[in-house]
Design a protein around this ligand. Structure first.
Ligand SMILES: C[S@@+](CC[C@H](N)C(=O)[O-])C[C@H]1O[C@@H](n2cnc3c(N)ncnc32)[C@H](O)[C@@H]1O
Ligand code: SF4
Length: 367
């Protein structure tokens, strides 16, 4: 077991694009929720040593200081290895000095912040509530208090946004001097305000040009995953667990986990969750689906999938697989230093390539 994900579903305001498992913060729900979460963890966690603990949301720092401290005390049961990574997602306008003190007291060493954009017009469109000055001041405060392993999220492809406006955002993001940046092309998800207003996604060509613009301009970062950029040594260890198709617990409303070949999803119904009916569904994965996932997740990493690691996990020589051979010949995949990866020109259409890895009988290649 490598990682633990904890979901805190509360937010103080709801963004127009968000389809995450979330609800307005409410004190009574928060109290009952923390009690249910504690029970779920204590019942299921088997005391394994864990490399990364990640508190995501929702907005974990929408909890009061007392509730946050209660959460951190509950999580002390998680047995963290030396060199652990312990992340909390935060909304910057809610972040206070007291919260940062609590992070330090309980060993949290990484903070992930959804900034999305600095452009006031688009902040309003996305229903985000921070100012540029606030972002710069709070980040300075985090660093001053010793937390410099920080991620910031950027959203691009906002309807009406020009490449020049995106470049302004990129330059401001760069000027914050943060070691990790996650970028997301805006998706108009069903059940969101934008969807209900019939807002449409931007043109695909412009989306690609914006993706290229980001890659070109974040050249002082390592582009290590389709949408993620980091200074050396600051790659997200937690997210690498997912992309390496390794095991992790997911606790909380709507959380997902992957343990001993079983993938599970928790309920998104808060009443059911508080009653202790945590699980929504689970599925045992067969060998072929497990290998399929190894490719689909692993090819998100820019360096690709190690041939040796793949062999050790599945007793298959990756280069024997027909679809791998074909894509290598076509130049859509490349083998560099014994790692197979999607070649740069095809990165943007990775999903089209990954379809070819579905439904293959991998068992027949097993040695
Ligand atoms: C759970 S939120 C991050 C924490 C915090 N709640 C916040 O919003 O600042 C995860 C990130 O996913 C991205 N995201 C969520 N919904 C999205 C969508 N529909 N399209 C693109 N990016 C999205 C945003 O960048 C967001 O910061
Ligand atoms: S993006 Fe973050 S703050 Fe906004 S509604 Fe979703 S989880 Fe809440």
């Amino acid at each position: 077991m490598e990682a633990v994900y904890i979901h805190i579903p509360f937010c103080k305001s709801i963004c127009s694009y968000c389809d995450f498992s979330k609800m307005f913060y409410n004190k009574e729900f928060a109290n009952n929720y923390l009690a249910a979460l504690e029970k779920e963890i204590n019942t299921n966690y088997q005391n394994e040593k864990i490399k990364t603990l990640y508190i995501g949301g929702g907005t974990p720092n929408s909890l009061s200081d007392v509730e946050l401290e209660r959460l951190f005390k509950i999580l002390k049961i998680i047995n963290l290895q030396d060199n652990y990574e312990y992340t909390i997602e935060c909304n910057i306008e809610l972040l206070t000095e007291n919260q940062i003190n609590l992070f330090n007291k309980y060993g949290i060493n990484r903070v992930s912040i959804g900034i999305q954009t600095f452009n006031e017009k688009y902040l309003k469109f996305l229903n985000r509530n921070h100012t540029k000055e606030e972002v710069f001041n709070k980040i300075k405060l985090l660093k001053k208090k010793g937390i410099d392993n920080i991620n910031i999220d950027l959203i691009y492809g906002i309807p009406g946004q020009t490449k020049e406006e995106l470049l302004e955002d990129i330059n401001l993001f760069k000027s914050l001097d943060i070691p990790h940046i996650s970028t997301y092309s805006l998706i108009i998800e069903p059940h969101t305000v934008l969807y209900n207003k019939h807002i449409k996604n931007i043109d695909e060509d412009l989306d690609r040009e914006m993706y290229d613009l980001i890659i070109k301009n974040l050249d002082n970062y390592k582009h290590y995953e389709t949408s993620n950029f980091a200074k050396t040594g600051f790659e997200s260890k937690h997210n690498l667990t997912y992309w390496n198709n390794a095991n992790y617990y997911g606790f909380g409303l709507g959380a997902s986990g992957y343990i001993n070949n079983i993938r599970y999803d928790n309920t998104r119904n808060i009443d059911a969750y508080i009653k202790g009916d945590y699980l929504k569904e689970q599925e045992e994965l067969d060998f072929n689906t497990t290998v399929e996932n190894e490719f689909i997740l692993g090819f998100r990493k820019i360096d690709g999938i190690s041939i040796d690691t793949f062999y050790n996990k599945y007793h298959i020589n990756m280069l024997d697989i027909d679809i791998v051979k074909k894509l290598l010949e076509e130049g859509k995949l490349v083998n560099i230093d014994n790692k197979v990866r999607i070649s740069d020109d095809y990165l943007y259409i990775a999903n089209e390539i990954l379809i070819d890895f579905l439904g293959v009988n991998y068992e027949k290649y097993s040695i």
